[in-house]
Design a binder for this molecule. Structure first.
Ligand SMILES: [Fe+2]
Length: 180
């Protein structure tokens, strides 16, 4: 993905948080642990700023339902956050969530932040035939899913978020940590 100095990439659309977010998720690269069932899914991609520069140390905080459509509101089952590497890349191992009323689309919730406001959104899956019936589904938030030979699924999604600028009345230190 390339861009000139004046051209900006299309930002990842924000979506509602929904009722199931909890602060304090553990930092971990896999949400699969004993007791978790379902189809494993490896989700990878990048976090870019509005000029297409990879954002290192961005936080991606994921939460989702299990393969029966339930969220854990007591503990941290299927909740976790990862950081991007120096190239703005992230990787998360999880499972394909089930759907639950009143939603029609399987989805993963995520909050992304990297010297920016937090962006709350949801990701959908290209191989979910019911996704288009969902009121919140957007093509721009669709993860391209591939089936791996070992039965897992693999998905890729690139987030584009706007970083803080001088207009945001931030400190010089905040601006200095922005990816130029
Ligand atoms: Fe949800």
């Amino acid at each position: 993905m390339t861009t000139s100095d004046t051209e900006e990439l299309t930002l990842t659309p924000a979506q509602i948080e929904g009722p199931y977010y909890k602060v304090g998720s553990p930092k971990r690269s896999t949400l699969i642990e004993p007791g978790i069932t379902g189809t494993p899914l490896v989700l990878t991609g990048q976090v870019l700023n509005e000029r297409g520069k990879p954002i290192p140390d961005a936080v991606l905080d994921f939460w989702q339902s299990d393969d029966r459509g339930n969220y854990d509101m007591v503990g941290n089952i299927l909740r976790g956050h990862v950081l991007t590497d120096q190239h703005g890349r992230y990787s998360l191992e999880t499972i394909v969530p089930a759907c639950y009323e009143p939603r029609q689309a399987r989805h993963v919730h995520v909050k992304v932040q990297g010297v920016s406001r937090p962006y709350t959104t949801q990701l959908y899956f290209s191989d979910d035939p019911d996704r288009v019936k969902d009121n919140f589904y957007m093509k721009e938030l669709e993860v391209q899913i591939d089936d791996l030979p070992d039965g897992r699924k693999r998905g890729q999604y690139t987030f584009v978020i706007r970083q803080v600028t001088e207009k945001d009345n931030v400190t010089p230190e905040s601006l200095a940590s922005r990816v130029a």
